[in-house]
Write a protein that binds this ligand. Structure first.
Ligand code: ADP
Length: 243
C-alpha cells in the first residue's frame, strides 16, 4: 500500500537521508528505530511532504509522487491519506479537546458540524477522553493531550497514521497510557508508521521494524528477528546485543 523508493534529503551540505526504500502493506505497524540523528524524523516528514525529500518517489495507495517534481495537487492528495501525531502534541491551545478533534473534519473535510461533533465524541471516547471534551490542553496531562492528538488523527480516517516519537516528551509514568491507546489503534487494522525509542512497544505491537543508521535502512524485518536477533553490527550495538 505504501511504496517508498530512493528517498534522499539534505539540509545544506548535510546529507541526512541517503536513499531510503520501504514497502508497507495495509494494516502493518512499522516501527522505525535507530540512534538519535539517524534521520528517522526527517524520513517520516518526507512521507506527507511536511519536509519534502530532494529525490525519490512515494506511493500511497493510488497516488504516486515524484518528490523532485511534485505538484500541489499530488501533495494534497498524499496528505489527505495521512495524519500525523507529533512529539509535542501540537494541539491548539485556545481550543477545547473537542474543538481540536473536530477542526480537521469541519475545515478540511468540510463535514457538517453536527456529524463532525458526533464522530469526534465517539473517537474521544475510544481514547478514554469522553469525560474531557470541554477541557483545554493546559488543563490536561501530557498523556491526555497526546491521546487527544491521536484522536484528532484517527477521526480523519486516514490510510496511514504517522507517529513521530509520540511518547518522548512524556513523563515516564504517562508513557504507558499512550502506548496502550496506540496498541488499541493498531488492533483496529489501520496502517501505522511509528518513530519510537520504545523497544518493548516495537517488539510487542509492531508487525515490522526498520533500523536506521546514517540516513539509511540498515536492517529490517519482523520484530522477533530484528530486535531479538539483530544481524547488523550497528543494530546489535544499539540494542545492546553485541555478541
Ligand atoms: P532522528 O529522528 O533519527 O533523531 P533527525 O531526522 O531528527 O534524526 O535528524 C537527522 C539529522 O538531520 C540530524 O543531524 C539533525 O541535526 C539534522 N536536521 C534535522 N532537521 C534539520 C533542519 N531543519 N535543518 C538542519 N538540520 C536538520
Amino acid at each position: 500500500m505504501i511504496e517508498v523508493r530512493g528517498i534522499k534529503k539534505a539540509f545544506g551540505d548535510l546529507a541526512v537521508l541517503r536513499g531510503v526504500d520501504l514497502d508497507i502493506n495495509k494494516g502493518e505497524v512499522l516501527a522505525i528505530l535507530g540512534p538519535s540523528g539517524s534521520g528517522k524524523t526527517t524520513f517520516l516528514r518526507t512521507i506527507n511532504f511536511l519536509g519534502p525529500a530532494n529525490e525519490g518517489t512515494i506511493r500511497i495507495g493510488d497516488i504516486q509522487v515524484d518528490c523532485k517534481q511534485a505538484t500541489k495537487k499530488e501533495i494534497y492528495g498524499l496528505r489527505k491519506k495521512t495524519a500525523m501525531v507529533f512529539q509535542n502534541y501540537n494541539l491548539f491551545k485556545n481550543k477545547t479537546v473537542l474543538q481540536n478533534v473536530m477542526e480537521g473534519l469541519v475545515l478540511v473535510q468540510k463535514m457538517d458540524k453536527k456529524e463532525a461533533r458526533e464522530r469526534s465524541i465517539e473517537t474521544l471516547n475510544k481514547v478514554g477522553l469522553g469525560e474531557r471534551l470541554d477541557y483545554y490542553p493546559s488543563q490536561m496531562s501530557g498523556g491526555q493531550q497526546q491521546r487527544a492528538s491521536i484522536a484528532r488523527a484517527l477521526v480523519l480516517n486516514p490510510e496511514v497514521i504517522l507517529f513521530d516519537e509520540p511518547t518522548s516528551a512524556l513523563d515516564p509514568e504517562l508513557v504507558g497510557e499512550v502506548l496502550q491507546v496506540m496498541k488499541e489503534v493498531a488492533e483496529t487494522g489501520i496502517t501505522m508508521m511509528v518513530v519510537t525509542h520504545e523497544i518493548g512497544f516495537a517488539h510487542d505491537v509492531a508487525t515490522n521494524v526498520v533500523f536506521m543508521d546514517g540516513g539509511r535502512v540498515v536492517e529490517q524485518g519482523r520484530p522477533t528477528d530484528v530486535i531479538d536477533h539483530p544481524q547488523n553490527e550497528r543494530t546489535q550495538q544499539f540494542l545492546g546485543k553485541l555478541s
